[in-house]
Every structure is written in structure tokens, then in C-alpha cells.
Design a protein around this ligand. Structure first.
Ligand code: RIB
Ligand code: CA
Length: 323
């Protein structure tokens, strides 16, 4: 079994990614770190706990992470603990403040914070661990700054974030990297083996409403919740970022499914990728060196420019009903 740590800003697509990881008999989820992102840290942490309790997987530890980015000043509507409410932010439709599951009664985050836990776990582990951060990269970046040697015990970092030809929060930037550009840059330059699953890939791996119906027929708790979240996302995307009739990306799930079958991502190339931290119009933008203009920079990641939609939907449907 491949040991993994998830780092999430749960969120409907984070929730589906968590379920894919937990349901797979080939992955062992050592722990889940939470971070500010889709919502403030109180929301993303409770959403993660309520999902684990719903699935009956309370034994998986949750570590509450950073409530703010390392440096960036987020606009008021992006600051933690301010629910969006009303129609101020259309992505409200995609996630909601709380996941549509019963509030957690027993499952609570551990006493240790996410950054300290990363450092402890990656210092003490006898076996290398794969990290799958699918929210802003704040927790991992701070851990790497505090104790750079932990990189030696990282098997691979599979990141949902960044984009070559897309922007989903500004015209230039993908949301996770825009939330904390400095953190993204620190992680990109840390020297670990890195695979990037960006918007270019996740926007190829779309799921339809009728495919959500098929997922629901799988009958497990994970299937039922995932189908519901996909349908919510379809309604939300139709309002805020139309991607095709009755379709939605499920970004974070693609990063987890990549661990089960690398063929789910396509057009994957070794690349040097930088992050704009200039705090201007292109803040958080991925600078993807497709034409090898940085002669002095070796590739720092494998970047997936596309994905195989059929494989993605098949794998998603299979893994959610696996156990
Ligand atoms: O840009 C997509 C990413 O932003 C996903 O991880 C989504 O959950 C949000 O965090
Ligand atoms: Ca996410």
C-alpha cells in the first residue's frame, strides 16, 4: 500500500478526492491536513471531519492547518471565517459553506497543528510518503522552511494546482496557487519529485450528470455523497464557469486517481514551472517554461497538460464503490 498524506481545503472536489483515497485498497491515508482555501479553516476542517464521520473512518487523523497565506493579503471576501453568503461569490453554489452532510459529533481535529505534524511525521517515518496537496500549499511550505531535510522522506508530491492556459480565480491564476503564491513557489523549488495536475488536465476530466447517476448506483456511502457533490458542482459551474452542458470538473479527485493510474493524465512533460509572486495582476500565475527560455533552470516537475476523460470517469466510478 502506498502511504499518502492529503492536504485539503474541503470543498466538494476535495471531499470526492478524500473519498477516492479512502476507498482505494491501494492507498493508506496516514493523515489529512486542512488549510484555508475554498472556505476559512474552521469550515474546511469541520467539513473534513464530518466527511470522515459520515464514512465511518474517524480513525484517520485530521490536523488543522494554516488560517492565512504566508505573505499574501487576501481580499476581504477571501479572508477566513467570513462566510460568503448571498450571491456575493458565485462559487458558493459549487461548495456551500458546509458540506451537505450531518455535522460531526465525535470526530475532531488532533491537538497538533498540520505544520508540526508534517515535520514530525516526515522526520520520523521509516518509509517515504507521498503527499497530495489539493488546496493552497501553505502548510507544506512552512514545514519545508522550518525543516528542509524532510524533503528526503517525500516519495512524490502530486499537486492539484496551477494552470498553463487557464485562470479560474483571476484571468491569470488558478485558485490554489493564487491563494498563496509564495507557498506554491517554495514547494515547487523544494527539490522533491513533483507532479502537477493543473486546470489544463482537470478541465479535460469532466463528469456529467448521467455519470453521477451511475456513480450513485454503486450504492456505497462514498458513491451516494460523491454523486450528490458532483450534481451540486454541475449546477454551480453552469452559473459561474460554464464548462459544457451538464458537466463539471472534479479537480482534486484527478490528483488522487493519478496515483492509481498515471494514464489518467495525458500529455505529461518535464517542465520548469515558476510562480508569479509579484502581487500584481498576474499574482499566483503559473509560468510554464514550454519553450525552455530559462536555460539555467532544470525541470522541477512533471506537468500534465491534459487528461483522459473516459479513464477518469471509469476509475472514479470503480474506486468509490470499491469498499
Ligand atoms: O482551482 C481548483 C482548486 O481550487 C481545487 O483544489 C478546488 O478545491 C479549489 O481549492
Ligand atoms: Ca481543493
Amino acid at each position: 500500500m502506498r502511504k499518502i498524506i492529503l492536504d485539503v481545503d474541503t470543498g466538494t472536489d476535495d471531499a470526492i478526492a478524500i473519498m477516492c483515497a479512502i476507498q482505494s485498497p491501494r492507498l493508506e491515508v496516514v493523515g489529512i491536513c486542512t488549510v484555508n482555501g475554498n472556505r476559512g479553516i474552521t469550515y474546511t476542517t469541520e467539513n473534513t471531519c464530518r466527511l470522515l464521520e459520515y464514512l465511518g473512518r474517524e480513525e484517520i487523523p485530521v490536523y488543522k492547518g494554516c488560517a492565512l497565506p504566508m505573505v499574501s493579503t487576501l481580499p476581504a471576501w477571501r479572508r477566513p471565517e467570513i462566510p460568503y453568503g448571498g450571491k456575493e461569490f458565485k462559487a458558493q453554489e459549487v461548495h456551500g459553506d458546509w458540506l451537505d452532510l450531518p455535522p460531526s459529533k465525535n470526530k475532531k481535529p488532533e491537538a497538533m497543528d498540520a505544520v508540526s505534524w508534517y515535520i514530525k511525521t516526515l522526520s520520523e517515518t521509516k518509509e517515504k510518503i507521498t503527499l497530495v496537496p489539493v488546496g493552497p500549499l501553505t502548510n507544506l511550505a512552512i514545514a519545508l522552511r522550518a525543516k528542509p531535510e524532510i524533503v528526503e522522506n517525500i516519495e512524490e508530491i502530486v499537486i492539484m494546482g496551477g494552470a498553463y492556459a487557464h485562470g479560474n480565480i483571476t484571468a491569470a491564476a488558478e485558485f490554489n496557487w493564487w491563494c498563496d503564491p509564495e507557498a506554491a513557489k517554495i514547494v515547487m523549488d523544494c527539490g522533491a519529485k513533483i507532479t502537477i495536475v493543473p486546470l489544463d488536465a482537470t478541465h479535460k476530466a469532466l463528469v456529467s450528470g448521467s455519470e453521477a447517476d451511475e456513480i450513485e448506483k454503486g450504492g456505497t456511502k462514498a458513491c451516494i455523497a460523491a454523486a450528490d457533490f458532483i450534481k451540486r458542482r454541475i449546477r454551480g459551474y453552469a452559473v459561474f464557469q460554464p464548462v459544457g452542458d451538464d458537466m463539471t470538473p472534479v479537480h482534486d479527485a484527478l490528483a488522487v486517481l493519478y496515483l492509481l493510474d498515471e494514464g489518467v493524465c495525458e500529455d505529461v512533460h518535464e517542465m520548469y514551472v515558476d510562480v508569479d509572486c509579484g502581487h500584481g495582476a498576474s499574482d499566483g500565475m503559473s509560468i510554464v517554461d514550454v519553450d525552455h527560455r530559462y536555460e539555467d533552470k532544470a525541470p522541477n516537475c512533471r506537468f500534465a497538460f491534459s487528461a483522459n476523460r473516459e479513464k477518469f470517469v471509469k476509475l472514479l466510478t470503480e474506486v468509490l464503490k470499491a469498499r
